[in-house]
Design a protein around this ligand. Structure first.
Ligand code: OXD
Ligand code: MN
Length: 609
């Protein structure tokens, strides 16, 4: 490194970096943030263990009982840093129009000035970790490289699980390769005579900023989840959605699953669901229909590109699962429970007296005593939750008992069906098949859901969340819809079929109409057979629906009245949605594709016929 003094904290790391752009940037960040040390991550197990030791020694983490959960740790954050902060998340494109009404925007130069002030000296007393990572299997033509610079050992350990990291990525990057830059600081420098806190963060200033033109992420003040693990939401969705627009592919908030019929025929399905709506459960579902099998390829993000045969091929850019813990149990998701038995990180769960973790919904009976996530004694009589509603596990995907053998196939898997889902107590039926790609894009663009605890803010309010991408689309959503339509109109393309699903319908008394979980395989089976042209459907004003007799409910104890409510077209309810859809679309002005307005009008006409 030309400009670094021989004894500067960067010099040792610099000697190992052959990529000029990376070298210059590491030097720039170190000069600005003033860390005590610079550590270039090699991705080794020794390095992972070192991060764990640092967290144990600083009081950030506790080792779980090795007999219960080998090689696993328990971490607690603080009340001011527990979820993604959407109101502090910015897209700093050149113009506000490009960021669109779906994003907070700030002029890039102004935001950079503000961030430069904040990052200056922000790593004093800390180590600056340089984490080369690859989103997607190494060598995949769909995968992309990024480098995150962070002052958090928790981030390094999580990135080890969530992405491919270290020397092998640097090798792939080579001397001239390009990469997404991710700057991250918890924003909590330590003075010479100060003690570090167990969860360093900045309670006053939090900024999660994206610069789509320069493919950069600058994240300050939070150490939690998607705010800090920059490969995930920031890179693989917000920046990648812009790259996908520019390069004609799709970067989506979708699970990927493999569905095998009793005859051994295979279909691959992706599904977009808002945060904490059961994506991980669906990706690992155990079928209740004899002979049908679901295997997992990804639980959160799908990158899809056209293959030479005109089909969309998907990879999971991640290598681990960062799953919502509460509600996960041997009943709701046994495969997730078996995945997290070892080598995992648990954040903001509760701690049992024998050194294991617990969260709400894990067992029918609550433990007699716990230490809650706020370090307080807890008993079932305590009038509060023991774990935070957004408590998480970070766990390697390869440990999942139903991980599909092709989950790391560099060319991806060809997608047959795309699902859009959400949490809707009323109106939306159990399943709808779209008439065509444009109608499917319309259904995805108007999807809505009740909000959950994955993001800070009110829980249970209805919000429109197009393609489950509202918090993750790195540019104007009107243009994003146009991109979807353009992809579907690609010459020679053989597009997947598009479906809407809703496992969350309730009756007048607030009881769920559909049992969900493994029983969702009955809907997947219908979808599979629709792709094969072997299942029946009827055309309705809202799309194609199964009749009750078209769904395989053999062996399922469900009242006929429930099934007919689940598959009924609520004409009044849908007519009530029409003005709301127009209102939602209005915000995108001229950028809203006319085809989507046509779809609302056609829907209205069909409903009024
Ligand atoms: C997630 C989310 O963490 O969507 O996956 O919030
Ligand atoms: Mn997600």
């Amino acid at each position: 490194m030309a400009n670094a003094p021989v004894d500067s904290p960067v010099s040792a790391a610099a000697g190992k970096i052959k990529n000029k752009k990376l070298l210059d940037w590491v030097e720039e960040v170190a000069a600005m943030c003033r860390p005590d040390r610079v550590h270039l991550c090699d991705g080794s197990d020794q390095e992972y263990q070192l991060m764990i030791r640092i967290m144990l020694q600083s009081g950030s983490a506790i080792s779980l009982n090795p007999e219960r959960r080998p090689n696993s740790i328990y971490v607690r954050s603080t009340t001011v840093d527990v979820a993604r902060v959407e109101d502090r998340t910015f897209i700093c494109s050149k113009t506000q129009d490009e960021a669109g009404p779906n994003n907070n925007w700030e002029e890039p130069t102004r935001m950079r000035r503000r961030l430069t002030e904040l990052f200056t000296g922000s790593m004093r007393g800390r180590t600056m970790y340089v984490i080369p990572y690859c989103m997607g299997p190494l060598g995949s033509p769909i995968a992309k490289v990024g480098v995150e610079i962070s002052d958090s050992p928790y981030v390094v350990a999580n990135m080890h699980i969530m992405a491919r990291v270290g020397t092998k990525v640097l090798e792939q990057l080579g001397a001239d390769g390009d990469f997404v830059k991710g700057w991250h600081s918890v924003g909590a420098p330590i003075g010479p005579n100060e003690q570090d806190s167990a969860w360093p963060c900045n309670s006053e200033h939090k900024y999660i900023c994206h610069f789509p033109e320069t493919r950069e992420i600058l994240s300050f003040g939070s150490g939690y989840g998607g705010n800090a693990l920059l490969g995930k939401k920031c890179h693989a969705l917000r920046i990648a959605s812009v790259q996908a627009r520019d390069e004609s592919w799709l970067a989506e908030h979708m699970l990927i699953l493999k569905l095998t019929s009793p005859k051994g025929e295979v279909k691959y399905v992706t599904g977009a669901f808002p945060s904490a709506c059961g994506k991980t459960n669906l990706a690992m579902l155990i079928s209740t229909v004899p002979g049908w099998k679901v295997e997992t390829i990804g639980d959160d993000i799908a990158w899809m590109k056209f293959g030479d045969d005109g089909r969309l091929y998907a990879i999971n850019p991640e290598a681990g699962f960062f799953g919502v813990a509460p509600g996960t149990s041997m009943k709701s998701n046994p495969n997730a429970m078996l995945t997290i038995t070892k080598n995992s990180i648990f954040t903001n769960c509760a701690l049992t007296p024998d050194g294991d973790v617990w969260w709400e919904g894990m067992t029918d009976e609550k433990p007699a005593e716990l230490m809650d996530w706020l370090r307080r004694q807890w008993t079932p009589d305590s009038a509060r939750l023991a774990s935070h509603a957004n408590a998480r596990f970070t766990t390697p995907a390869k440990q999942c008992p139903v991980i599909a053998k092709e989950w790391e196939d560099p060319k991806g898997v060809p997608i047959d069906a795309i699902l859009f889902g959400g949490r809707r107590a009323t109106v939306i039926p159990l399943v709808i098949e779209s008439f065509d790609w444009q109608h499917g894009t319309f259904l995805g663009a108007t999807a809505s859901s009740e909000t959950t605890a994955a993001a800070a803010g009110k829980v249970g309010q209805l919000r429109r969340d197009p393609m489950a991408m509202l918090p993750f689309c790195g540019y104007d959503m009107g243009s994003y819809f146009a991109h979807w339509l353009k992809i579907g109109a690609t010459p020679g393309a053989k597009m997947p079929k598009i479906f809407v699903v809703n496992w969350f319908r309730k009756d007048e008394k607030g009881k769920f109409l559909w049992p969900g979980y493994g029983e969702n395989s009955r809907v997947l089976k219908w979808i599979f057979e629709r792709c094969n042209g072997t299942a029946n459907a009827v055309d309705t004003p809202i799309g194609r629906l199964p009749r009750p007799e078209d769904l395989d409910v053999g062996g399922l104890d469900i009242p006929a009245a429930n099934l007919s409510k689940l598959l009924n077209v609520d004409v009044e309810g849908w007519l009530g949605e029409i003005p709301l859809i127009h209102q939602f679309f209005d915000q995108f002005g001229e950028r809203l594709p006319k085809a989507l307005r046509d779809e609302v009008n056609r829907l209205e006409q069909r409903l009024k016929k």
